[in-house]
Design a protein around this ligand. Structure first.
Ligand code: AHR
Length: 536
């Protein structure tokens, strides 16, 4: 009620003035709106968006839409890799249904093998005949046996099937410089050398092209528990031996800060600088605390509000880390790479706590939309990002259960946003209302816009308020609109999600509430919805 009252102050005043002029009809509708507003249905918020097509400068790198698959729980084993003998349809051991669903998203890159697992992974265990590969214990994730049946060749086969760039993360925490440099030689050297010959012996005569290479992961924690200064020096040493063989050019990504560890960024920028191509950033949205993160599906409005508030924190992180990077790199040659992001909740009841398997609701879709809007709108610095994780782990876009597969609400966000890949970002200003709860407020509207290579404009727009619809008047400076089409992702409840029995509870639908009038678009965004608009 308080929220309604605060929002309504100016609107009510305007309504009241109109009442005096327009007689009993208006008085009646004013009262009606007020009475309805005091129940669950609330008044519409009025929002103004201006998109300036004349001021478009930066390209949204497609790599902002990257994914991540770690040797963790059923992320790889079961979710992607089922083996050649499986009754689940597969191509050389890799699930066909998962590959088909991912291909339609135009996944640009895939990060592997971790995560924390990367700094315990010894790549030579994962090559050669599968039945001779050594087994290990995945101490980090559930203490299960890792039989190394999914290794370098299988991962690169997956990337080829997906037509995406591999993003390989090397082992700094427990691996040697020699081990890392030999992996790069094995992967990319085109000629006679011990490692290139070993690759040929294992059935791959040609080198692969590897662009993205991570020099460690979370080196402030599971990747070696290093200080910023120690890691900066260590990075420099390892990076020397990350060679560019033949015409392969590595794009080296340094292990970056944990959330708001600005000292880490400052140190890396000062001591490493342009010896790295990108600096990673990890931030997870955890509604409660590390001990009890909150349920993925059973949450109340207060928890939803907190989640969205924390999702918006990504903007502060990007801006503050960018400000530090700008001091040392005003030309923005070094990218910020949020290569682990997403919602992290308690595991589904009855599942292995080390497997991080969680469901995915409409809340996650809106969390992803808010985050991707931040990346799009900061695409001059953010050039690669990876949601954690692709299948069956944390904020997944796909869940599997043996032969069954479902697409989560977050999958549809990536589907809506794929139009932004390699498009020109259009600056957007939003004068919008707030979503308020218990004396706190956050922006109700999140949006980003771009112009694709064919000249079409795409706007992705979400209303995170779960009760109130939003009227958005959207002005497009420098563009003559001829045709508009739109689709929407929403559901009855913010907790709604897709299950193996009901896989279509949260799916996109056509959206008609976009009207063109006097050179501007008028949109009515339903509560808790994401809309993608295409304009010609
Ligand atoms: O994504 C799960 C884990 O979260 C990763 O392994 C690690 O890098 C991070 O702490």
């Amino acid at each position: 009620m308080k929220r309604l009252f605060i929002f309504s102050k100016s609107t009510c005043l305007a309504c009241f003035k109109r009442c005096c002029f327009q007689g009993w009809k208006t008085v009646f509708s004013f009262l009606l709106v007020f009475i309805v507003g005091s129940g669950n249905v609330r008044m519409q918020g009025q929002n103004k968006i201006v998109i300036n097509t004349n001021d478009a400068k930066h390209i949204i790198s497609k790599h902002i839409y990257g994914h991540f698959s770690e040797h963790l729980g059923r992320g790889i084993y079961g979710g992607i890799w089922v083996g050649e003998e499986s009754p689940i349809p597969n191509t050389r051991g890799i699930r066909n249904d998962v590959v088909d669903a991912l291909k339609s998203l135009q996944i640009p890159n895939l990060r592997w093998p971790g995560g924390c697992f990367a700094d315990e992974y010894h790549w030579r265990d994962g090559i050669g005949p599968r039945d001779q590969r050594p087994k290990m214990i995945n101490t980090h994730w559930g203490g299960v046996v890792e039989d190394n049946s999914f290794g370098t060749h299988e991962f690169l086969d997956l990337c080829e099937q997906l037509e995406c760039e591999p993003y390989i993360c090397g082992n700094v925490g427990s691996g040697t410089v020699e081990e890392m440099s030999k992996w790069i030689e094995y992967l990319t050297f085109d000629g006679e050398s011990p490692m290139a010959n070993l690759r040929k012996q294992n059935g791959h005569p040609d080198p692969w092209k590897i662009k993205f290479f991570g020099v460690g992961n979370e080196n402030w924690g599971c990747g070696g528990d290093m200080t910023a200064d120690f890691y900066a020096d260590t990075y420099r040493r390892y990076a020397v031996y990350c060679r560019n063989y033949s015409d392969n050019r590595l794009y080296k990504i340094a292990g970056g800060p944990n959330t708001s560890d600005y000292y880490w960024t400052e140190t890396l920028m000062k001591k490493v600088g342009n010896k790295m191509n990108a600096l990673s950033l990890h931030y997870y949205t955890i509604p409660k605390s590390w001990g009890d993160k909150g349920s993925a599906t059973a949450f109340d409005e207060a928890e939803y509000f907190t989640t969205m508030d924390k999702a918006y924190f990504m903007r502060e992180l990007v801006e503050k880390h960018t400000a530090i990077m700008d001091k040392y790199d005003p030309q923005k040659r070094i990218a910020l790479a949020p290569d682990e992001w997403g919602g992290w909740y308690n595991v589904e009841p009855g599942t292995n706590p080390g497997f991080l398997y969680q469901q995915n609701t409409l809340r996650d879709a809106l969390l992803a939309a808010v985050t991707l809007d931040v990346f799009n709108r900061h695409c001059d610095r953010v050039k690669i990002a990876n949601i954690a994780q692709m299948v069956n782990v944390l904020q997944s876009i796909i869940l599997t259960d043996n032969e069954k597969m479902l697409l989560t609400p977050t999958y549809w966000v990536f589907d809506f946003y794929k139009v932004h890949q390699e498009a020109t970002m259009l600056p957007i200003s939003i004068a919008g209302v707030k979503y308020e709860l218990a004396g706190k407020s956050i922006e109700a509207i999140s949006a980003s816009a771009s112009r694709d290579k064919s000249g079409k404009i795409h706007i992705t727009l979400s209303n995170i308020d779960p009760h109130q619809s939003q009227t958005v008047s959207c002005e497009l400076l420098g563009f003559k609109t001829k045709k508009v089409s739109a689709k929407i992702l929403t559901a009855s409840k913010i907790t709604d999600h897709n299950t193996f029995d009901h896989p279509k509870t949260v799916v996109p639908e056509a959206f008609k509430d976009v009207k063109l009038s006097n050179e501007s678009l008028n949109i009515v965004l339903p509560p808790k919805s994401l809309v993608a608009i295409e304009i010609e």
